[in-house]
Design a protein around this ligand. Structure first.
Ligand SMILES: CC(C)(COP(=O)(O)OP(=O)(O)OC[C@H]1O[C@@H](n2cnc3c(N)ncnc32)[C@H](O)[C@@H]1OP(=O)(O)O)[C@@H](O)C(=O)NCCC(=O)NCCS
Length: 133
């Protein structure tokens, strides 16, 4: 996958609705991340990134985005479940993420647990969630 494709879907689903752009510094930091995408024919319909952390047991899931027309059809679930298997193969023991409040029911349905209080990131409410692999 070209980085440009990975950016396009995340821009449309995650940034544009908030009136935000991607910052070049953010993008430069993603080169080391694993970009996992779902395709329908040759079109990307969902994506997420897995970012290793300083703790070798923990990988961070971020930028989870399913194309607007494809939401609530199981694409997000398939992406997360695939990513968990991928992380286990890479010997990670735990996934952490910062869930937008609106996406919390999605992660709860996949057995992620809320840890900690509501906080704000890109001006919207989030909660930290984790899953032991
Ligand atoms: C959140 C998101 C990634 C979920 O992906 P999705 O493909 O739409 O979700 P799925 O169809 O795989 O849903 C799996 C299960 O999660 C739960 N779920 C998903 N979205 C939900 C919602 N809005 N409200 C309640 N439950 C939800 C349901 O249990 C669902 O199963 P069901 O449809 O059989 O009831 C996607 O909707 C999205 O990209 N939203 C906008 C961007 C965003 O918020 N990203 C997450 C940032 S942390």
């Amino acid at each position: 996958m070209e980085q440009v494709e990975s950016i396009a879907i995340r821009y449309k689903v995650l940034r544009e609705p908030l009136g935000l752009q991607f910052d070049e510094n953010d993008l430069a930091k993603e080169y080391q991340d694993f970009h996992i995408a779902a395709y329908s024919n040759s079109e990307i319909v969902g994506i997420l990134l897995l970012k290793p952390t300083k703790n070798p047991d923990i990988i961070k899931m971020r930028q989870v985005a399913v194309a607007n027309d494809w939401q609530r059809k199981g694409v997000g679930r398939d992406l997360v479940l695939f990513s968990e298997k991928f992380a286990i193969k890479k010997s990670f023991k735990k996934i952490e993420l910062n869930a937008r409040e609106t996406a919390i029911p999605f992660y709860l349905s996949l057995d992620y647990t809320i840890i900690g209080d509501l906080f704000y990131e890109v001006d919207i409410p989030h909660k930290k969630m984790v899953k032991i692999l």
